[in-house]
Design a protein. Structure first.
Length: 367
């Protein structure tokens, strides 16, 4: 038995092989020609559809419509670009319904930028209006920690490392009538600032507070620390020095261990002398008073509210002097360092009427 015959029994004869090969070759060439023709027609169709070709004939313009030469489906690739259609609809919607910024929100953000660690501080004036004042980054900032204030029985104390680091005082003058300083002392008051005198806001005359010496003696006898206050209406440096000399002469041999307080401000519901000088002139006047006081061995402190210090006095030019801040608020927001703060008006034992409460962050008696 011949295994070779069985193995090759299905193979065609050599002639048949030649005919099949030729047929395959012819079919392949035909298919390639058809595909090429289709691609060429489609390319020309797309090109001509985008731009019709002008044909000139005897100065008559005519346009050949390629669609007349193309049969079948006329969809091109751009017609299938669904994403572009979506974008066109979205742009149209945005044009019809533009997003408008919330002006109120923007304004609030601006205010937060200014007040929270910003470059300005808000000042509420006596007439109720508000203004923003630039903060001088070169001046010593207010470094008090608001969380360190403790309010108890209407009094504020300040604590550092768990220890009380503040002292309580009041301001007194002739309007307080008779004061029982022993009761004041027992009411946990550490010091008093006694009004020594003033310059008249209309006449310009300097006068001594009529109860000054009585208050001074009785406060010292009760064991209280004592400072004094002078209300200025000086309009020149010479007048300020005159006021300072009046304070020095009035104290004479009397010793005080708390500061001489310089107070200058407008008078409510009336005209006063210092309205005629500018905020740029006032600092030199205040400086003349405080320089003379300091030269004579006394501590000196500048007393005023936020509006006066930042808007009416230009405090930045006398910032090396201590500040007694007048601000009856829950917490102070003065941007610069201050050593005393008048924060409330309260009833004090031994005093008829109410007294202005002061917290001091240093003990001037040992300064």
């Amino acid at each position: 038995m011949r295994k070779d015959d069985e193995f090759y029994k299905d193979e065609p004869e050599d002639g048949s092989k030649s005919l099949i090969g030729a047929a395959l070759l012819f079919s392949g060439v035909t298919i390639l020609l058809i595909v090429g023709a289709v691609l060429l027609i489609n390319r020309d169709a797309i090109s001509f559809k985008k731009k019709q070709t002008p044909v000139a004939d005897n100065n008559v313009s005519a346009y050949v419509n390629v669609e007349d030469y193309i049969s079948g489906n006329d969809i091109v690739s751009d017609d299938l670009d669904i994403w572009n259609e979506y974008l066109d609809e979205k742009e149209k919607e945005e044009e019809e319904n533009p997003v408008i910024a919330d002006e109120d929100t923007d304004e609030e953000e601006k205010k937060e930028d200014l007040s929270e660690g910003g470059t300005k501080t808000k000042v509420v004036k006596a007439d109720g209006s508000e203004t923003w004042v630039n903060i001088n980054k070169y001046l010593a900032p207010n470094e008090l920690d608001n969380a360190s204030f403790v309010l108890k029985n209407g009094r504020l104390d300040y604590y550092t490392d768990g220890e009380k680091a503040s002292y309580t005082g009041i301001i007194v003058d002739k309007n307080d009538d008779y004061i029982d300083y022993s009761k004041v002392k027992r009411d946990n008051i550490d010091f008093v600032l006694i009004k020594l005198g003033q310059r008249g806001y209309a006449t310009g005359a300097i006068t001594l507070d009529e109860n000054f010496y009585t208050n001074l003696k009785n406060a010292k006898d009760a064991g209280l620390h004592v400072g004094v206050l002078f209300s200025s209406q000086a309009i020149t440096r010479e007048e300020a020095e005159e006021e300072a000399q009046f304070v020095i002469d009035s104290l004479g041999e009397e010793k005080i261990d708390y500061p001489v307080c310089f107070y200058m401000n407008f008078v409510q519901n009336d005209k006063c002398r210092i309205e005629n000088i500018t905020p740029e002139e006032r600092p030199s006047i205040a400086k003349a008073f405080m320089d003379k006081i300091s030269e004579n061995g006394y501590n000196c402190i500048l007393y005023g509210n936020k509006e006066w210090l930042l808007c009416n006095l230009n405090y930045t030019t006398v910032s090396y002097y201590d500040i007694l801040l007048d601000q009856e608020e829950d917490l102070p927001d003065f941007p610069y360092r201050f050593k005393m703060w008048k924060y409330a008006t309260k009833d004090i034992s031994g005093v008829s009427g109410k007294s202005e409460l002061i917290i001091s962050f240093i003990d001037y008696s040992v300064k």
